[in-house]
Design a protein around this ligand. Structure first.
Ligand code: AMP
Length: 176
């Protein structure tokens, strides 16, 4: 992790966008954080930190902002990368699951052979809101033979209590 004098305030790199994508939702825009080398590196260091000694085989990113974080976190903890994707994106045979999110419902898919022989999996996403996406992804990974050992999020919207829907170590470096 970056030494203390160089730490930045990551909250300053998250922009609230009211009423996006629909009225009543405050969208947390992380693109300023992604665009800053200091903030991005600090964020992935902090997200990876509790899991560096966890023997994680695969870091699974949730489409699509989760992908951006998952690759860098995997590099830090010495694991591979896996993809949970929206329907119709993966080219080979998949398992899929339908779930509720903060605005609407959606489905997610993973390659059915994503974890040959089983694998210890760390789930990565940008925002934990209602927890529906994380719960669905966790179930999907288990359906495909992976063992979920934890989840690491850039931020948690604590007032939605999504954390209660995930059974395992859940790390979020920012909370609202
Ligand atoms: P949920 O299933 O309700 O926990 O929603 C989590 C997923 O939806 C994540 O993949 C987020 O990228 C996205 N999401 C939910 N709420 C927000 C929000 N307020 N701002 C940005 N992204 C969000």
């Amino acid at each position: 992790m970056a030494s203390l004098p160089h730490m930045v305030d990551l909250y300053k790199y998250i922009v609230d966008v009211p009423d996006f994508p629909e009225p009543g939702i405050v969208f947390k825009d992380i693109t300023p954080l992604l665009a800053s080398p200091e903030a991005f590196l600090q964020a992935v260091d902090e997200m990876a930190d509790p899991f560096t000694d966890s023997n994680v085989d695969i870091v699974v990113g949730i489409e699509s902002r989760g992908f951006l974080l998952a690759g860098s976190i995997a590099e830090r903890i010495g694991s591979g990368v896996g993809l949970v994707r929206k329907p119709g994106k993966l080219p080979r045979k998949t398992v899929s699951i339908t779930y509720d999110l903060e605005y609407g419902t959606d489905s997610l898919e993973i390659h059915e052979d994503a974890f040959p022989g089983g694998a210890s999996v760390l789930i990565v996403d940008d925002v934990l809101a209602t927890g529906g996406t994380l719960a669905a992804s966790s179930k999907l990974i288990e359906m495909a033979g992976g063992e979920v050992v934890g989840a690491t999020m850039l931020m948690e919207l604590t007032f939605l209590n999504g954390r209660s829907r995930f059974h395992g170590p859940l790390h979020a470096i920012l909370s609202y």
